[in-house]
Design a binder for this molecule. Structure first.
Ligand code: HEM
Length: 408
């Protein structure tokens, strides 16, 4: 039953319950009213969904649209330099994460073959090689070093380049521009310039793939005559971004979380068979991709509330994954827990296409890092680690680490 609780104004972001737990206000709200009205900074009244069952139900219901071109998606927090939208945003060709069926189905279907568990298994050795090579480079450095810059970012970046078939010589441009999106001290103008440069780069790349396809995902897509160059570019963009910042933040924040739980870390080092379960639990516990939006295309009942047609609905996957009705002691990291069923890869038709790839990257990354750096530790006090509370994808801006010995 709903109890009277204050309606939040804007989305609470401050991690006042520690770096890994949801903001206290979010936890209180989930306990009192898991589907709650929320007032957005522009004055619009929308909804915030925090309960596990309600989030799952919402993500499985396509009446909650992912499109941004059929109504205004109100922003739950202000982004410096970004004006609040006053009209729907145009649809970007190929960007199927922001589409509904049948457009979403048409595009996603073309990629499912490339991301099956089987295809990803075949890539596993190669991904392990990429991670190990990056660890060789790391071992050559004199600590302390920033683990984000030297390990967590390069690994997924190299993997996705490889999958997309971006030539080796282009990788630097590719990485420099994509890194601009991730840096916080980069102006909006610079970000737009980096976007333009990447778009041009990707559009030229897919044009070349269409003319002379090779052995990679973009070439396979380019063989489909019914996909335009704009669509191919949009898909390349989506794969690059969806698969890059997310995995990088999991590797960095996951390492931080493990270093803060030394007993579990030691157990994991001693028994690497625990790794798949630990990765699943880290995904749940950290829920780095927390906030997603949907647009109600009609009046919809959810968790005893009526969500009015035209409302923006914000879901918190972090809150859902820390719901005690679904996971016991949810704010505790427990690598032995059965964490499958978490919502960190989403749910329903938009459920993460790259989840098998992400799992393989995380297993290879954590496994190699723990094995080869047996004395790895933070180089600064934990309280000084800069958290990405200001970012859409949570994580750490930097993770200064040090070590006294390395191993093969
Ligand atoms: C969708 C999380 C890694 C590609 C999603 C969604 C989530 C998510 C929550 C659902 C979005 C929604 O419902 O609106 C993550 C996390 C990752 C990760 C936490 C890393 C730990 C990857 C990787 C790739 C990828 C490595 C591959 C290149 C995609 C794509 C979609 C998606 C293409 C859109 C799917 C669709 O709309 O049908 N991801 N992701 N992701 N992800 Fe991931």
């Amino acid at each position: 039953m709903s109890q009277p609780v204050p309606i939040p104004h804007g989305l609470p972001m401050e991690r006042d319950a520690g770096p890994f737990a949801p903001p206290r206000q979010i936890t209180r709200l989930r306990e009192a009213r898991p589907v709650s009205p929320m007032v957005f900074p522009d004055g619009h009244e929308g909804w915030l969904v925090t309960g596990y069952d309600a989030v799952r139900q919402l993500m499985a219901d396509t009446r909650f649209s992912s499109r941004q071109d059929i109504g205004i998606l109100h922003m739950p927090y202000e982004t410096p330099g970004m004006p609040a939208p006053t009209e729907p945003s145009p649809q970007i060709p190929g960007m199927f994460i922001a589409m509904d069926p049948p457009d979403h189905t048409r595009l996603r279907r073309k990629l499912t073959g490339a991301f099956t568990v089987k295809r990803m298994k075949q890539l596993e050795e190669h991904i392990i090689d990429i991670a190990e090579r990056q660890l060789d480079e790391l071992a050559r450095l004199t600590p302390p070093v920033d683990l984000v810059k030297e390990f967590a970012l390069p690994v997924p970046s190299l993997v996705i380049c490889e999958l997309l078939g971006a030539p080796y010589a282009d990788r630097e441009t590719f990485q420099v521009n994509s890194a601009k999106f991730l840096e916080k001290d980069v102006s909006l103008d610079e970000k737009m310039a980096a976007y333009g440069a990447l778009n041009t780069y990707l559009s030229e790349l897919v044009t070349r793939k269409r003319a002379a396809p090779g052995e990679d995902i973009l070439s396979d897509l380019a063989r489909h005559d019914d996909l335009t160059i704009e669509e191919l570019t949009g898909i390349a963009f989506l794969l690059l971004f969806a698969g890059h910042e997310t995995t990088a933040n999991m590797l960095a924040l996951g390492t931080f979380a493990l270093l803060e739980h030394p007993e579990q870390l030691a157990e994991l080092r001693a028994n690497p068979d625990l790794m798949p379960g630990a990765v699943e639990e880290l995904m749940r516990y950290l829920s780095i991709a927390d906030i997603f939006y949907r647009y109600a295309t009609e009046d919809i009942e959810l968790g005893g509330e009526i969500i009015g047609k035209g409302s923006t609905v914000v879901v918190s996957l972090l809150a859902a994954n820390h719901d005690p009705q679904r996971f016991d002691n949810p704010d505790t990291l427990d690598i032995h827990r059965k964490a499958r069923g978490h919502l960190s890869f989403g749910h329903g038709i938009h459920q993460c296409l790259g989840q098998q790839l992400a799992r393989i990257e995380m297993r290879a990354g954590f496994d190699g890092l723990l094995r080869r750096f047996p004395t790895l530790k933070l180089a600064i006090p934990a309280g000084e680690v800069k958290l990405r509370t200001d970012m859409n994808i949570y994580g750490v801006h930097e993770l200064p680490v040090t070590w006294t010995e390395t191993a093969r």
